[in-house]
Design a binder for this molecule. Structure first.
Ligand SMILES: *Cc1c(COP(=O)(O)O)cnc(C)c1O
Length: 359
């Protein structure tokens, strides 16, 4: 077997879920499990949170159906609502909570006879300008939907653009835009993603929506997951499958991009960009080998990447490699590669076997 696995610690996941609950006491939690639970495996994540989660949030009906098959009673929120009119019927059968974020979705809902009325979340565009009604439109649709036969609950939802940058002025404006609508009668309200759960108690409302924090990565640039009391969940683990000496002036990898400035020892690792390791990670990106920090050298290839082991003569073929995870925060690798933990985690490809432990 190719030595590469994603080792997923479900006890750490449960710990992080408890942190979210503790940050927002008395509030309910939609655990965000879109995109295969940020790459962690939606079935295992939903099972692990089965008894403690109030609900789950997903990006589409197909993801919702997968969660419903694992959990018969939890609330399941469709974050972008229905993409086609006929999806409302399925949403009603599955007992989903649906976001309604524009006029087209609202009209399609009113045009459907449903087997069971739905919990509807009217989405306010409070300043991100990606999805949602303006405040004026939202008031209008609140009026039109409040007594509709298709609607069991009328709720309010919005999403932050900059909650990850603490003190960003847009965040306060967004909270105010949300509060401004609360003279209307809503059954439930939801505003906070991970960043807001951790830093803006005034945004907690009735339901919080933690995503990245459940997976033990930080939503903030200036606060680490560890400082937030979060535990890493997924470790991407490989092995050293080759070691060689490279003379001064010789190059390593595609494009002959990296050149040895001193007699170098180069290690080759069983992980590449077709596994989800970022191809654009530059030389110097940290990697752990036998618990020691070393640096990427040369371009990442499809199935392999290369490391500079020159300062570590003791490291041999077969050594354990951690690309990120329990001992090397994914956020640190993301920063070196100019991206976010969100992207690294959700892009781990299906060919990497996931192995689960619950300790
Ligand atoms: C993905 C998503 C979340 C979770 O965000 P995190 O930053 O991962 O906590 C919350 N709400 C909406 C609408 C989302 O799309």
């Amino acid at each position: 077997m190719r030595p590469l696995i994603a080792s997923v610690d479900l006890a750490a996941l449960r710990h992080n879920h408890a942190v979210a609950k503790r940050c927002a006491p008395g509030r309910q939690v939609f655990a965000v499990v879109k995109a295969n639970a940020y790459g962690h495996g939606v079935r295992e994540v939903v099972s692990a949170l089965h008894d403690e989660a109030d609900g789950f949030a997903v990006a589409c009906l197909e993801e919702a159906a997968e969660v419903r098959a694992m959990h018969g009673t939890a609330r399941i929120l469709l974050l972008e609502g229905c993409f086609e009119a006929n999806e409302y019927r399925v949403a009603a059968q599955l007992g989903l909570d649906v976001v309604v974020q524009d006029r087209r979705q609202a009209e399609a809902l009113l045009a459907q006879p449903l087997s069971k009325p739905l919990a509807v979340w009217l989405k306010l565009d409070s300043g991100m300008h990606r999805l949602g009604f303006s405040a004026t439109e939202l008031r209008l649709w609140h009026l039109r939907l409040q007594d509709a036969a298709q609607v069991a609950e009328l709720n309010l939802i919005s999403h932050f653009a900059c909650a990850d940058e603490r003190g960003h002025p847009l965040t306060e404006q967004q909270v105010e835009a949300f509060l401004d609508l609360l003279d209307l009668d809503f059954n439930q309200r939801s505003l906070a993603n991970s960043a807001a759960i951790l830093s803006i108690p005034a945004a907690h409302m009735d339901w919080v929506r933690p995503g990245i924090m459940l997976y033990g990565a930080t939503p903030f640039a200036d606060l680490s997951a560890q400082e937030l009391g979060l535990r890493p969940v997924l470790s991407l683990e490989a092995e050293l499958i080759g070691v060689r000496d490279v003379a001064v002036g010789e190059s390593v990898g595609y494009g002959a991009h990296w050149v040895a400035m001193r007699p170098a020892r180069i290690g080759t690792v069983s992980c590449g960009y077709a596994d989800g390791y970022p191809r654009h990670a530059p030389a110097g990106t940290p990697v752990l080998v036998d618990g020691q920090r070393v640096e990427l050298a040369g371009r990442v290839s499809m199935d392999m990447l290369t490391l500079d082991l020159s300062d570590h003569p003791g490291i041999q073929v077969g050594a354990k490699v951690e690309l990120w995870g329990a001992q090397l925060p994914v956020d640190e690798v993301a920063r070196a590669a100019g991206t976010l933990g969100y992207e690294l985690l959700s892009k781990i490809t299906p060919r990497v076997p996931r192995r689960y432990r619950s300790r």
